[in-house]
Write a protein of this length. Structure first.
Length: 94
């Protein structure tokens, strides 16, 4: 169940994550009123990272306080920002 790094990054930004560049691309979630949360994940810049595999998707999901299935829904768009916030609150991320 690989996903394109570019698709993941675009979906995260559309759902309220702000990108910070450094040695990796960091994505930190901010609530609609602009409050920074502890939810963050990252992607690598490396040329070998054009797609993200199953194991890394699972790690990103955990960092975002989601199950892997919910994270894939976040990336593939069935899970909107409001739904994400509900799930993240239930798991103590917000």
């Amino acid at each position: 169940m690989q996903r394109s790094r570019r698709d993941i990054e675009a979906a995260l930004e559309q759902k309220g994550f702000e990108r910070r560049e450094g040695d990796h691309s960091w994505f930190v979630y901010h609530t609609p009123d602009g409050k920074k949360t502890k939810i963050k994940t990252k992607t690598s810049h490396g040329s070998g990272g054009k797609s993200i595999g199953d194991a890394l998707l699972g790690m990103m999901a955990k960092q975002c306080c989601l199950t892997k299935s919910d994270f894939l829904d976040l990336v593939d768009c069935p899970l909107d920002r409001e739904g994400f916030e509900v799930k993240a609150r239930e798991r103590g991320g917000i």
